[in-house]
Ligand binder design. Structure first.
Ligand code: FAD
Ligand code: NDP
Length: 450
């Protein structure tokens, strides 16, 4: 049984688990990683990667619509959805193999199967008992489905990636990242899109400018965004599904309903109760700022902890933990503040730091100043539609330290990373002012704000 003893056992081969396992192995630890599905987890298989490919496809469709204004005579164009899906699936499978190769190259033992805790240091995989001094819970999460009659007639983001044909009339329920992203994808690929929010605004916690502009962009593009519509039932059968809302509306018919109301951690049915590890009210593993639970030797990273549900966060947390446990860095931890993030809506949102609302709450109204500009990107000089770009800086104090940067518009996804570096370095408004602009770009608007 010596063979089944490890220094580090990782439960879950997604973003956080794989990163942590590989880093630990690079420090010389004997590492095993347990995965019941495909390596790469949510991000590679049913998240970031296939989503970005679909977003790229929608961006191409948008560009084809814009091309005429630039003098191109493209005529009618048609999407072969099956070909797009096949190409995407092949690419994901290619990434699965790369993930496996990297683990093998680092000397991490891949254990295929569903793991279940027997005690805090022992995991059972199909009858095989694996033991380790340190164990990482990196089991991620799954999409939530509302507890309403007929909910099973809808799909989630997982089901979106199984679609073989483009649905014609889609309802997206929820107002978070996934709705913001997949509504744009479906719309630009040719579906009729209706979005139902259970209250008045999407993307809670984001700057108010972004929340309002996003709805405006979606409506201007031709999507229907319905506010204060809480789904309480789904009637009918596919392809004529109807959503019944609390205020008595019957909305539809739809051939596809997509629930995007958040994700639940995968902490049930994996024997966690036998470890003594505490879960919060939503079932997330409770960890300290070193990613450790109160049970010695049991740690958790990524979506399962309910912290920021982003791949780079899971990866960074997993690596730091491995550095701490096996790399001689006893204080290694990540900083959850000022994490930049992008919503791949159409157009995209790039944001880092505090929203105006959060800055006012933290520093007081008198200390907070806003710089904002709304403009038409030069790209749209010759296009039929002219969606605006909005950039916003939130600064505090007489020195005007930048505490928030918020952009919605073409290229926001790529430009925010560099500005996030500036914010994290403590940049002031004057630092942006003395940085020469790059013309003509959208990014230059952030260094020329007055
Ligand atoms: P996961 O990647 O979910 O990995 C968990 C793994 O554990 C899975 O492979 C699962 O099969 C395995 N597992 C679970 N239980 C067991 C068990 N008992 N035994 C064995 N294996 C088990 N983030 C971004 O930063 N950018 C994006 O653009 C982005 N887009 C997204 C789009 C969508 C549609 C979704 C749903 C998410 C997106 N995310 C994005 C979020 C990102 O995918 C997650 O934050 C990230 O994957 C979390 O990594 P993780 O390691 O915590 O969990
Ligand atoms: P989010 O947490 O982003 O949003 C959930 C949305 O659903 C909120 O608008 C919420 O409203 C609403 N909601 C909650 N319950 C209900 C209900 N019963 N009926 C109607 N609406 C409801 O979750 P998503 O599912 O969109 O995405 C999951 C996570 O995956 C994201 O939080 C993000 O971390 C990650 N992700 C990251 C991406 C990226 O980095 N680009 C892309 C996609 C996903 P409210 O909270 O206002 O009450």
């Amino acid at each position: 049984l010596v063979k089944d003893r490890f220094d580090y056992l990782v439960l879950g081969g997604g973003s956080g688990g794989v990163a942590s396992a590989r880093r630990a192995a690079s420090h010389g630890a004997r590492v095993g990683i347990i995965e019941g599905d495909r390596f790469g987890g949510t991000c590679v298989n049913v998240g970031c990667v296939p989503k970005k490919i679909m977003w790229n496809a929608a961006t191409i469709a948008e560009a084809l619509e814009d091309a005429e204004g630039y003098g191109f005579d493209i005529g009618a164009f048609k999407l072969d959805f099956g070909k797009l899906k096949q190409g995407r699936d092949n690419y994901v499978r290619y990434l699965n193999r790369i993930y496996e190769k990297h683990l093998d190259a680092e000397g991490v033992e891949r254990i295929v199967g569903w793991g279940r805790f027997v005690d805090a240091h022992t995991i059972d995989v199909a009858g095989r008992r694996l033991v380790a001094e340190h164990v990482l819970v990196a089991t991620g999460g799954t999409p939530r489905v509302p507890d309403v009659p007929g909910a099973e007639l809808g799909i989630t983001s997982d089901g979106f990636f199984d679609l073989e044909v483009l649905p014609k009339q889609v309802a997206l329920v929820g107002g978070g990242y996934i709705t913001a992203e997949l509504s744009g994808v479906l719309h630009h690929l040719g579906a009729r899109v209706t979005v139902l929010l259970h209250h008045g605004e999407p993307i809670r916690g984001f700057d108010g400018m972004l929340r309002a502009e996003l709805v405006q962009h979606m409506r201007d593009a031709g999507m229907e965004v319905m506010l204060w519509r809480e789904a309480i039932r789904v009637d009918g059968t596919t392809p004529a599904l109807v959503i019944v809302t609390r205020n008595g509306d019957r909305i539809g018919p739809f051939d596809c309903i997509l629930w995007a109301i958040g994700r639940s951690p995968r902490t049930s049915g994996i024997g966690l109760e036998s470890t003594g590890v505490a879960l919060d009210a939503d079932g997330h593993v409770v960890v300290d700022d070193l990613q450790s639970t109160a049970v010695p030797g049991v740690h958790a990273v990524g979506d399962v902890t309910g912290q920021l549900q982003l791949t780079p966060v899971a990866i960074a947390a997993g690596r730091k933990l491995a550095d701490r446990l096996f790399g001689g860095e006893p204080e290694a931890r990540i900083d959850y503040d000022d994490v930049p993030t992008v919503i791949f809506s159409h157009p995209p949102i790039g944001t880092v730091g505090l929203s105006e609302e959060a800055a006012r709450a933290r520093y007081g109204d008198a200390a907070v100043k806003i710089y904002e500009r709304r403009f038409t990107n030069l790209y749209h000089a010759l296009t039929p539609k002219k969606p605006k770009t909005t950039v916003k800086l939130v600064v505090t104090g007489t020195e005007e330290r930048i505490v928030g940067i918020h952009v919605i518009g073409l290229a926001a996804d790529e430009l925010i990373q560099g500005f996030a570096v500036a914010l994290r370095m403590g940049a002031k408004k004057s630092d942006l002012d003395r940085t020469m602009a790059i013309h003509p770009t959208a990014a230059e608007e952030l260094v020329t704000l007055r």
